[in-house]
Every structure is written in C-alpha cells, then in structure tokens.
Design a protein around this ligand. Structure first.
Ligand code: MLT
Length: 263
C-alpha cells in the first residue's frame, strides 16, 4: 500500500496487527533499497518504508532540510501510521536519522537495526566534499555526481557481476530532483554528532556492516558496537556499503535472527 503523508511517499506491506518495522534508506536511494528485506519479513512483520524527503517520490519542496526535520518526518509517520514501538531500521543516512531519532525519542521504539552508518558528524574534509558535491550538481547536473557516488558505495565484485543492476540504480537516482539531493547533502553536512548518546541506547540494537564497506567500514561500526550496551554486531561477507542490496540473504538472516529474539 502506498500513501502520501505530508509530502512523503510511504509504503507498507503485511498486516498492521504484527510488530512493525520502519525502514529508512540511504543516500541517494529510495525505499526500494529494502525490497529484499521486506519480501522476507512481510509475512510476520508490518513493514513500513518511505522515501526520505527530497529523494525518490517524496516532495523536495524548497530543499531546506536538516537532520532534525528528517526526524520530524519519522515522528509524523509513527503518528499517522499508528506505529506502536516499531523496530527502527536505518542504513547510512537512514542510520544518521535513526541515531538522532534514538537520541530524541528512544521510548518510541522497541529495537534498532543500524546498517553501514556512523555516529560521528562530518569532519572538515567531509563537509568540503559535500560542498564540492553540491557545486558539481549545480555545474554538471545530477547524473555524473550520482554515478560516482553510487559506484563508490558498492564493492568491486558487485560492480563487475551486477553491472545492469548498478546501472539501473544509478539511472533511477539520476532522475531524482536535484533540489532534494542537494538538500540531503546539506542536512548530512550540518548534522550533529550522536556518539555521546550511544551509551544511552538501552533498546536491543543490531549493527550490520559490509566487510568491504569503504564509507563506514567495520572498524568504525565496531567502535559504535562497543559503546551501545545491548548490541550485536554482524559483518556481512561479500558486501560493501549497500549490504541489503549486495548480500540480501546474509542481511535477512542477521535481521531475522535478531527479530526472533525479540518475539
Ligand atoms: C548513504 O549511503 O546514505 C551515504 O553514504 C551517507 C553519507 O554520504 O554520509
């Protein structure tokens, strides 16, 4: 089922009487990033995904986004979809949103799954890279930026073996509204550091990271894992930064094992 909530395209599968999971995708992707997980989980869980504001089918508006406004969007979805303590599952930028949501309103969730993400804010080098990305989109258009950014997210094996799939992902992201994509870059550039609050996450938390993740490598996620009291860490073989797409079977296995312990 698809509905529009305050300009956001929100999708749900499964019965709303089951435990809910809210999936938040990475940048610059859309909710379809979670297709393989939702397919595996929808019989037993109420799976809610959405396109982050500015990406996919969601409205870009004026592109003036902050991490805070992205968390406001999550809160709005929880209210409008009547989600009672769902599991929060976010990848990379979806992880930044999740980490700030946990800092702001942990009591609204029963568990968290953090994939290929980090708690640190951008350092100066990272901020300048975002600025260069915005400049590139302004001067060259979105497509070259999307191609380079997305290619870097995937491990070499996937790039070689799944060329067509990668091309499709790049083509889709290249068709997004550049205003929305730039708004997301600014929101990530200006996000706060959530490292100090990791020790305050009391709900069960699963951390997932691709062994070949070049953006948020296992070493970074292991540090997060050590700071979260009730956490598990699973490294995904044969995957880079986009674990749910690159090795869906292993990611599904990790998520199902984790969820089974909650039931
Ligand atoms: C993502 O996958 O969401 C991005 O790599 C996040 C980022 O650029 O920091």
């Amino acid at each position: 089922m698809k509905e529009v909530i305050n300009g956001l395209s929100v999708f749900s599968e499964g019965s709303n009487t089951n435990r809910a999971i809210i999936f938040i995708h990475g940048f610059p992707y859309d909710h379809t990033m979670w297709n393989a997980q939702i397919e595996a989980l929808k019989q037993k869980y109420f799976c809610v995904s959405y396109d982050i504001r500015g990406l996919g089918e969601s409205a870009a508006g004026d592109g003036q986004f902050t991490m805070e406004s992205f968390v406001d969007d999550v809160e709005e979805i929880l209210i409008k979809k009547n989600l009672d303590k769902p599991v929060l599952c976010g990848l990379s930028m979806g992880g930044y949103i999740s980490l700030r949501a946990l800092e702001r309103m942990q009591d609204k969730f029963s568990a968290a799954i953090l994939c290929d993400t980090r708690s640190e804010a951008d350092n100066n080098e990272g901020k300048l890279k975002r600025a260069a990305g915005i400049k590139r989109i302004n001067t060259e258009g979105l497509a070259p930026f999307a191609k380079d950014f997305i290619t870097n997210c995937f491990a070499e094996d996937f790039r070689q073996i799944k060329k067509d799939a990668l091309e499709k992902i790049i083509a889709k992201s290249s068709s997004f509204n550049p205003v929305g994509v730039k708004g997301c870059l600014l929101a990530m550039l200006s996000r706060t550091d959530t490292t100090q609050s990791l020790s305050q996450i009391k709900i069960p938390t699963l951390l997932i990271c691709g062994e070949k993740d070049a953006l948020t490598p296992p070493s970074v996620m292991k540090e997060m894992f050590h700071k979260i009291p009730n956490a598990e860490f699973v490294e995904i073989k044969n995957a880079g930064h986009m674990t749910p797409i690159e090795n869906p079977d292993e990611v599904n296995k990790a998520i199902i094992n984790f969820l089974n312990k909650l039931d």
